[in-house]
Ligand binder design. Structure first.
Ligand code: FAD
Length: 311
């Protein structure tokens, strides 16, 4: 058994494990894929103090840093179930897909999230070649160019406002007959001269020249007519899905959208169980934020362990 077991090996999990190992606690990380979303990222330009890096390079650096400490890294291990301790200070158990199970007095849940895909032709093919999911990350790459934002909820409209300040032109495409974002955001978006809003539109394809994106096709859901817009970038903003399905019957409180509810100390509703990063209710999902949250969860785990002896 461990004193601290971290589930998930992205920026949040790596940070949490380093912090608890540095406190002298026996620490393990179990991850389905060490590195997390960072493995799927091309250029990273907003990891402060590192002007430019690439996903696989940052994932390698996470691993190198973790290996500086006596941390038991268990890669390719997918958690399926959490059985909470029966008493405060006792051992929690995590059961994995392969039938193995691990115990620890404190847990840090950091299983991250995944962007919801459109699932149309061209989307996967042109990912990082014009198809993007994170305006904070990739917006500046489209300076002066034409982009579409798919999705008229708060995240889509916020992305469109953000991008309208940077890019040449934004086309916002919403499937429904009206935008679902807060009115104040809609008003703000409509104040830009370089933004078109198209509703009742079903995106049918992302087109490209084989190298990069050159447009997007959509169907007018009222008339059935097919349209094509020429542009250089497509931002998909139809939801970020937390990887928390495995926690459903665990007793850990989740929001309706599946985010793990945490307080300002990264504590969940279960004693000794902490959570960090994109899987949680923390606002703004970014690498630097996930790392900070991982450190916070680890320090809270430390605080919990020194106050609660094993029963
Ligand atoms: P994740 O990185 O999602 O890691 C989750 C970890 O949990 C992984 O190891 C995963 O395998 C594991 N896991 C999931 N489910 C289970 C399970 N059941 N059992 C065991 N392990 C599990 N952010 C920036 O700041 N700058 C950028 O430029 C940037 N670009 C991005 C580009 C792309 C294409 C994407 C997808 C994201 C980008 N982001 C960027 C966002 C950033 O990657 C995330 O905010 C960050 O990785 C979140 O870290 P995390 O540790 O919370 O979760």
């Amino acid at each position: 058994p461990f004193e601290v077991l971290v589930i998930g090996g992205g920026p949040a999990g790596a940070s949490a494990a380093i912090y608890t190992a540095r406190k002298g606690f026996s620490t393990g990380i179990a991850a389905e894929r060490f590195g997390g979303q960072v493995q799927d990222t091309m250029g990273i330009e907003n990891f402060i103090s590192v002007p430019y890096t690439e996903g696989p390079k940052l994932a390698g650096a996470l691993e190198t840093h973790v290996k500086e400490y006596d941390i038991d890294v268990m890669n390719l291990l997918r958690a399926e179930k959490l059985i909470p301790a029966k008493a405060v200070g006792g051992y929690h158990e995590v059961v994995f897909e392969n039938g193995a199970s691990l115990k620890a007095r404190s847990l840090v849940l950091s299983t991250g999230a995944r962007w919801r895909n459109l699932g149309v032709p061209g989307e996967a093919e042109y990912q990082t070649k014009g198809v993007a999911y994170c305006p904070h990350c990739d917006g500046p790459l489209f300076k002066g160019k034409r982009v579409a934002v798919i999705g008229g909820g708060n995240s889509g409209v916020e992305a469109a406002i953000d991008l309208a300040n940077i890019v040449g032109h934004v086309t916002l495409i919403e499937f429904d007959s009206q935008l679902r974002a807060d009115q104040v955001l809609q008003d703000k978006l409509r104040s830009f001269a370089n933004v078109d809003i198209i509703v009742s539109a079903q995106t049918t394809e992302v087109t490209g020249d084989g190298e990069k994106v050159n447009g997007l096709s959509y169907k007018d859901r009222e008339s059935g007519a097919e349209h094509h817009v020429e542009l250089e970038g497509v931002f998909v903003q139809i939801g970020l899905v937390p990887n928390t399905e495995w926690l459903k019957d665990s007793g850990v409180e989740l929001t309706g959208r599946g985010e793990i509810v945490i307080d300002e100390k990264a504590a969940t509703n279960l004693p000794g169980v902490f959570a960090a990063g994109d899987a949680t209710t923390v606002p703004y999902k970014q690498i630097i934020i996930s790392m900070g949250e991982g450190a916070k969860a680890a320090l809270s785990a430390f605080d919990y362990l020194i106050r609660n002896e094993a029963p």
